[in-house]
Ligand binder design. Structure first.
Ligand code: NAD
Ligand code: UDP
Length: 343
């Protein structure tokens, strides 16, 4: 038991974090969650326990509270690495509450990095986003320049990457990776964990599943006059389980790559773009449903096309997506139905 490598997972009760905790535990690590449940629920811990047949340790703590973080690190002893998911993530809200976003997302990052340094934790993984590429031409590689952020949320990801890179550059005994996620969708195939519907969804697939469940009257396509084959926006959707697995590859890379630079960024996507219409059609096909759909105007700040060139992650992290869009959309619907069954 004591020999397992402990990984601090901030935001581990959240959507991507909870799936990553499960994958970490199944890969032989010992995840330790730190979450303040500002966008998640405690029952997620019970669900993780059911999937794993054992509990995972969790501290109810705001990661901005450095003194509390210090206490956790002291209590936990030797920590092998940390994955920092904890952040608030609603792009639209961030325009109205920029200080909340800067304080929470950057305050938690700097507090965590400070404690990691003090505790001499060697490995760190930061949750970044494909939104750093703005309207760059797809497929985007990690060499594509970072564009000026279009929202305070996006800016916290850019600055978060820079803070992490600067710390590594300063000679700190820390190796770090920023993972630029494209569009995670789907849920655990058990139907026990998934994205929680707290507030109105911001993303396409939760909108699709809530509309299919009758919780929303109709789905609005945000623009069908983009310069794409069917006029609707194109994104790179990956199954959240594939995304979760990538964090283990990232830790292994940090552990093994003694010669590699201390800091690196990786795109995490499938390399294939799907339009909004293709997502709707595929969802309808795999789940044998029909969605009420209307065409609306473009959403401010949206780009027409964004998908990854994932070659660097394929090559260096030895990671690639395994699950299909059909599986992801089936699991998303399974999760929505299991949520409905609970209420
Ligand atoms: P989520 O909201 O489901 O999970 C985030 C978790 O962090 C929640 O459980 C929340 O309670 C917790 N949290 C937030 N602030 C905290 C704080 N100060 N202290 C402790 N806990 C805190 O979000 P998610 O979709 O799982 O996203 C995880 C990470 O990935 C975030 O950093 C997000 O910005 C990033 N990301 C997500 C997407 C996406 O589409 N979901 C895309 C790109 C990047
Ligand atoms: N989208 C849509 N209707 C919705 C939500 C999203 O047409 O109700 C479109 C959006 O314009 C984009 C794609 O779906 O082209 C993915 O949007 P999402 O918010 O999920 O991801 P992001 O834009 O952040 O990549």
């Amino acid at each position: 038991m004591g020999l397992k490598k402990k990984i601090i997972v901030t935001g581990g009760a959240g959507y991507i974090g909870s799936h990553t905790v499960v994958e970490l535990a199944q890969a032989g690590y010992e995840p330790v969650i730190i979450d303040n449940f500002c966008n998640s629920r405690r029952f997620v811990l019970e669900r993780i326990k059911t999937i794993l047949s054992r509990p995972v340790e969790c501290y109810d703590c705001d990661c901005c509270q450095i003194d509390l973080l210090r206490k956790i690190f002291t209590a936990e002893g030797k920590i092998h690495g940390a994955i920092h998911f904890a952040a608030v993530k609603a792009v639209g809200e961030s325009a109205h509450k920029p200080l909340l976003y800067y304080q929470n997302n950057l305050g938690s990052l700097t507090a965590l990095l400070t404690v990691l340094q003090e505790a001499q934790v060697p490995y760190f993984v930061f949750s970044s986003s494909a939104c750093v590429y703005g309207a760059a031409k797809s497929p985007v590689t990690e060499e594509s320049p970072v564009q000026p952020a279009t929202s305070p949320y996006g800016n916290t990801k850019q600055i978060g990457e820079e803070i992490t890179a600067d710390l590594v550059k300063s000679g700190a005994a820390l190796k770090a990776i920023s993972l630029r996620y494209f569009n995670p969708i789907g849920a655990h195939s058990s139907g026990l964990i998934g994205e929680l519907p707290l507030g109105a969804p911001n993303n396409l697939v939760p909108f699709v599943t809530q509309t299919a469940a009758g919780l929303r009257e109709k789905l609005t396509i945000f623009g069908n006059d983009y310069p794409t084959p069917d006029g609707t926006g194109i994104r790179d959707y990956l199954h959240v389980i594939d995304l979760a697995r990538a964090h283990i590859n990232a830790l292994e890379y940090l552990e093994q790559s003694n010669a590699a630079p201390g800091y690196a960024v990786f795109n995490l996507g499938t390399g294939r773009g799907y339009s909004v219409l293709e997502i709707i059609k595929t969802f309808e096909q795999v789940n044998h449903l029909k969605l009420p759909v209307v065409i609306g105007s473009r959403r401010q700040g949206d780009v027409a096309v964004l998908f990854a060139n994932p070659d660097k992650a394929n090559r260096l992290l030895k990671w690639q997506t395994k699950l299909t869009i059909e599986e992801a959309l089936r699991d998303a619907w399974l999760w929505q139905k299991s949520l409905a069954a609970q209420t």
